[in-house]
Design a protein around this ligand. Structure first.
Ligand code: HEM
Length: 170
């Protein structure tokens, strides 16, 4: 334990804040992905009250994690990364942001749907979910999952400078 304390004391002062923000970025990504997988598993026509309630809660967790992902990402660009221009001059960074925003935009449809479910659920009634709606939501969730799986690839290339004008990456 004293050896661990000495190790921490020897660290440059910015290491732990940088690691902390990076950790929030990864944790929120995992939460987003996990929530989408759970929603994908649960979606079916006319779900039970338990499943419908779980989906509403899962979507709230997804929304909060997506916000934490965005905020921690912006903090990394501005203060805790490799300097703002390292990212903003890289087209891969903008592809990453664009993909994140597209997935976020796509998730508005399921989110509005679940918000509407909360109304009957609070009255103790079941939401009406047709076969067609369940299929549509399943497809949207599939696309969101594919988008979320692709973003870390763009991130890891971007973090190594791939895509920066005049560099081949590190
Ligand atoms: C607009 C939203 C986002 C911004 C502004 C952002 C920004 C950043 C920044 C600045 C880094 C640090 C790169 C470095 O180490 O130099 C990073 C890393 C990373 N981001 Fe994001 N990010 C965003 C969204 C996401 C999303 C949605 C995901 C996952 C789906 C994600 C996954 C990652 C991963 C895995 C890394 C680590 C890359 C590596 O070190 O190899 N980010 N992000």
């Amino acid at each position: 334990m004293p050896a661990f304390a000495a190790l921490l004391a020897d660290l440059p002062s910015d290491v732990l804040p940088r690691a902390g923000v990076a950790y929030v970025h990864y944790l929120s990504f995992m939460l987003c992905f996990g929530a989408l997988v759970l929603e994908r598993r649960l979606i079916r026509p006319n779900p039970s009250k338990q499943d419908a309630t779980l989906m509403v809660i899962t979507d709230v967790v997804y929304g909060m994690a997506a916000l934490a992902l965005l905020v921690s990402g912006i903090l990394r660009v501005m203060y805790f990364g490799q300097g703002g221009s390292f990212y903003t001059e890289n087209p891969l960074f903008w592809w990453k942001v664009g993909l994140y925003l597209s997935v976020g935009g796509l998730s508005l449809y399921p989110t509005i749907t679940y918000i509407l479910w909360a109304i009957p659920l609070r009255k103790g009634e079941l939401p009406q979910v047709s076969e067609a709606l369940a299929k549509r939501l399943a497809w949207i969730l599939n696309i969101e999952l594919a988008g979320f799986a692709l973003i870390p690839l763009l991130a890891t290339l971007m973090a190594r400078g791939v895509g920066l004008p005049g560099t081949l990456g590190a």
